[in-house]
Design a protein around this ligand. Sequence first.
Ligand SMILES: Nc1ncnc2c1ncn2[C@@H]1O[C@H](COP(=O)(O)OP(=O)(O)OP(=O)(O)O)[C@@H](O)[C@H]1O
Ligand SMILES: [Mg+2]
Length: 670
Amino acid sequence: METADVVAEELLYVEAELQDVQDQIKALLDRQEGLHKRQSELKALLEECEASKSTAQVDSSVATDDWSADFEWDSRAEDIRFNVFGISSYRANQREIINAVMSRRDVLVIMAAGGGKSLCYQLPALLCDGVALVVSPLLSLIQDQVMGLTTLGIPAYMLTSTTSKEHEKLIYKSLEKGEGELKVLYVTPEKISKSKRFMSKLEKCHHAGRLSLIAIDEAHCCSQWGHDFRPDYKNLGILKIQFPTVPLIALTATATYKVQVDLMEMLHIPKCVKFVSTINRPNLFYKVHEKSSVGKVVIDEIADFIRGSYSKNESGIIYCFSRKECEQVAKELRGRGISADHYHADMDVIAREKVHLLFVIHHSLSKSMETYYQESGRAGRDGLPSECVLYYRPGDVPRQSTMVFYENAGLQNLYDIVRYCQSKRNCRRGAFFQHFGEPIQNCNGHAKVIVSLLREIQENDQRATMLQLVERFKVKIKELGDSIQPVSDLKKEELEQLIVQLLLEHVLKEEFQHTAYTTNSYIALGSLSKLVLQGKKSVMLEICTRRHEDGMPKSAKRGRMSGLEIKFDELRKELSSSNEGMLPHAILSTQQISILSTQKPTSITHLQKLIGKVKTEKYGKRIIELIEHHLKSEQVDDDVSGAASGSKSEGNKKQKKKHTVLIESSEEEQ
Ligand SMILES: Nc1ncnc2c1ncn2[C@@H]1O[C@H](COP(=O)(O)OP(=O)(O)OP(=O)(O)O)[C@@H](O)[C@H]1O
Ligand SMILES: [Mg+2]
């Protein structure tokens, strides 16, 4: 019997060891797979680098690559920039892009939202003879652009499902015979892929040498790897095949390297000149705030933040996880005296963008860095300092992961933004540990307990969500008592943070299980869990120091608008409502308002020097009237100085302004 016991015991050991070897093999296989994937990515990258090197060599003999050099169209371009668009100087890369398009090269532009991509094709469209074709994905974006160009006196039209037969005829005639005025034609991608008639007219236009350029706006919609794939964009490759000699410019605010490669291939522009401006917009101040697990507290904090940082006539947008949450957050903010409304699908994009956004708050985690940049990029489109705040709590991770795990690289993208949040959040513990000179917490003890606990759970054929794991961890710690190395007490939120960190480091992984109603995320052992138990992997919890409560330096903050600036702001809003669809800041940008308010021009010639010819012709009279009126009232104020402050504040009171906050869901819109 004794022998049997010994044998049985050894058998157990061997089986345990076999299990161990099995696990190691699995971990190695996982690693191998990861490395293979990376290998092919790197190979593709290398090929791409070599290809672009050789392209550059080939091209340099044909055309100059110095896009900031002097070109023959320089003075005409300057004239149009200032006198038609009313833009006093180019922003980064704009002039170079325009020069490349004018040199008839294909161009790929990656430029931050609000960076000024439109000018890069609109200006060449005016410089060239003939018609420029612009493909844009959304009807409302097209209407907005056409309206903007029309007010600048530029013959721009759109051909969409809403275009009347009469207008359509006019446009077709113009394409076919070059009759009438047509400089810029906007279409949705469906026109290219579905309307043979349109394509044949376009062909004729090209044949007569009148198709000057093709622009593809929001070009990331072409790629399945992008965040906003549109099936009809996939067919746009036909344009370069049909019109190989016409320069094609593709523009987008977000494109990962993979998407860029994809775009060049799909649009058939392998030799395009690529302009990538930094995604980093210097006027946007990003920060991550710790999010309480109590819903009402989060709203209190958001309301305090808005009231504390912004005056009542300033607006922003808040992104929430779901539509239901949007409605809830809007309601609760209204209850705290903040004018807030949630976004409905029938609210037009124009209406959304009409409010000038000074801040973008994420009440919940976005699903990727790309989405986050896109959404937060709506802030500060006038180039002035603006804030983007993300409220993060580890508990939101499974909420998102169960939504994105089936997407291509969905989890990978989500973990990227989680990594960003984990390292950037303002952490209360940070303040504590920094005080003791310990900004990074060694969490090996905790990690070991979590891994062995999870192993136990799995051995019993059970599963645990993040929340359940945290609960069981606490029980376990109590059970173990002093029998293990002292493990300091971590709060629930901190344990969640640690679990998320372990997910990011492949010590743990998420597994998804579907029920009829929902998908659940469970925490399982990841490929590197063994290393933690063996003490071969050290787990550090990155605890960042508490930043200044405010990410935006006080000096960078917008000053409150002066009285005259407020009047200009109202004037542009008034003009915008009488020019339906025209954005207020397209009528007068905030920078222009600021210049006008300091210089106070009272003659047309002076005004023209500040805002260009077209805007002066259109709005000059009203602007000068406003300035003269303002100067007069200042005079009166000075004369009766005692009553002056009263009348001024009354003026302000009359505006009865409130914070305008739009609450929008990150959920996909159908
Ligand atoms: N050089 C410039 N100086 C001042 N304002 C500019 C300049 N270029 C563009 N703008 C203004 O910046 C604003 C944003 O421009 P635009 O709509 O072209 O941005 P975008 O890059 O297309 O952004 P999105 O990705 O959101 O579509 C517009 O009001 C435009 O008039
Ligand atoms: Mg744009």
